[in-house]
Design a protein around this ligand. Sequence first.
Ligand code: EPZ
Length: 419
Amino acid sequence: MESSRLLIEGGRRIEGEIQIHGAKNSVLPILAATLLCGDISSIHNCPGLSDAFAAMRILRSLGCEVSHEGSTVTVNSANAEGDIVSDGLMHEMRSSIVFLGAILGRVGRCRLSFPGGCELGPRPIDLHLEALRRLGVKITEDHGILDCTAGVRPTSADITLSLPSVGATENIMLYSALGSGETVIRNAAREPEISDLAGYLIKCGAEISGQGTSTLVINGVESLHGCEYSVMPDRIEAATYMGAAAITNGELMLKGVNPADMYSCMSVFSEMGCGVYPYDDKIFISARKPVSAVRTVRTMPYPGFPTDCQPIVMAVLAKSSGTSVIVENIFENRFMAAPELRRMGANIKAEGKVAVVEGVKKLYGAPVRAYDLRAGAALVVAALGAEGQTQVSNIHYIDRGYESIETTLSSVGANIKRV
Ligand code: EPZ
């Protein structure tokens, strides 16, 4: 679908309510985890994303039966013996590296090609491999192929991550859930998606504690059984639509969200001058006046401001009064939206990990290109707040993380269509 594009006529207020979908960054590791129980699991609130469909293809290639009914995905991993993730499937989705821990935990062997870097930079997996080696896994890397074999597990392992990597934390959890021995992860990622993965594994019978804190303890168990589990709401999708309301001076009721996961996002929108009202499983945002600049936005591991929301907030701040500074501390190359926003009249200087955004009064529609998932979403947000027509191409990136973004946005007043 590389050739499809989004045509957006800006200047319309975003008003109404949106039901937020299940979280992409939670459903992927949970689908990988279904391998471990050798049983039937029903995963509810699955988002209809190309990345989720890619994960289902990987499960089928490993011998699982996977069926998909509405937003429920049912996986029967009883006959999963596969230990190879094909090159094609690995390149389709970089986050397929999270299958490594699950396949090793299930069949004791795994061969996969080094996940392609991605638009955000090399995205190494050294922390994943170091931790798995500490857990007795033999790993050889040869011509881009990883060949991993489970060895004798230590009765207890105490692993300190040099940075709170989400993927490395997930791979260690997945590999340690089955088997014997206690695994302690220090400086573990604290993202809500980690707690969601722990929630699924515990429902399958795993013994995990400390999820959501920096110290996770996993006691390996003999076996796991299937279960029914509902994926947490997508906090990044929710923040993206908050950006759409903010830049169009509209107002939105977001439903089916977990405000407790979103304090750092909500506070940035409040700092811009938006009214942000969280309650129960909803967030109401009202932006009746042009947003003002935010002095400094720093991306940090959770509970800090999420790097995935940084491009979206850059787009909103591009059309604001005043100067904002954005510091990207997580990924090397995550200002891909800046040059495209400049084509729309934004005044942004990005240098290394700092971007200075001089707010302008108006943005103008232009032909722009998505270079990664969240930069693509940022261009859609900017287009909604721009005068005239914007054409966003390469929207397959956007489809990885947003379920039919044009249908969702049209339902709250946007003039947007896929061509
Ligand atoms: C997850 O990626 C998310 N993806 C990302 O969302 C998100 O941006 C990221 O976490 C941070 O929150 C999924 O969950 C599928 P990391 P992940 O390991 O696991 C470096 C989106 O848009 N690092 O926490 O890859 C790495 O290079 C995506 O939905 C190492 O150096 O993130 C990066 O700079 C984008 N060595 C930083 O750590 C390692 O072994 C954070 O990476 C692992 C990571």
